[in-house]
Ligand binder design. Sequence first.
Ligand SMILES: C[S@@+](CC[C@H](N)C(=O)[O-])C[C@H]1O[C@@H](n2cnc3c(N)ncnc32)[C@H](O)[C@@H]1O
Length: 232
Amino acid sequence: MADWPGELRRNPSPASATYAVRGPLARWLEREGTVAAGKRVLDVGCGVKPYYPYFAAAASYVGVDVVVNPAADLLGPVEALPVEDGSFDIVLCNQVLEHCDDPAQAVRELRRVVASGGRVLASTHGVQVYHPAPNDLWRWTHAGLERLFHENGEWAALEVRPGAGTTACLGMLLTHTIELLAGRAHLRPAARPLVWGVNRLAETIDARVESLREPIPGTIFANYHIVAVAPA
Ligand SMILES: C[S@@+](CC[C@H](N)C(=O)[O-])C[C@H]1O[C@@H](n2cnc3c(N)ncnc32)[C@H](O)[C@@H]1O
């Protein structure tokens, strides 16, 4: 399924500023997809459904998006999903919450549509450059996301984890700036080795220093992965 759309999301290059977010996100969803056999999957804000190959063993895989999109099976916002209560075992909502008008209502909807014992797998930004799709409205801490989910749904379990470490986050800001400046100077290909080096160095540092990976005072993260389990 290598030719399925979204290869750059599943296997982002370390020579890209998006690597620090997309690399860990893809590996996390790949692991989560190993238990998808026979399950009903809803992909909210599906874009091109880049992570479908990880959930290909599912009984069904339905994509919904707020904008008309040939990959989307249904049209509608995360705040008013056009599906029945409790009708999906796995509900994906990746890199959407920061774009929606009302994140609290979005979480209430994710809770409404997930089946008993099912899992919501969401991800969203801690720190990120402005990237409208079509809007770009919100950023969070891990504590803010925990509060958002607890206040807007009853969960049997809730886990919010940084996708990558503090150095990766700082590296991401640096590499976005490098890409911006290199683009202005028409030197983007020449900047790729520098971006690669920053991303690889950041990964190495974070891997060695646990306190850079844990959400403790003084840390900063680009992205969070959220697992919210509905009561059985
Ligand atoms: C950054 S893209 C992420 C796409 C895909 N989930 C992924 O991870 O590659 C954001 C997606 O959310 C969709 N979106 C934005 N606002 C939305 C909303 N209120 N409800 C549902 N989808 C929304 C956009 O149309 C877009 O497809």
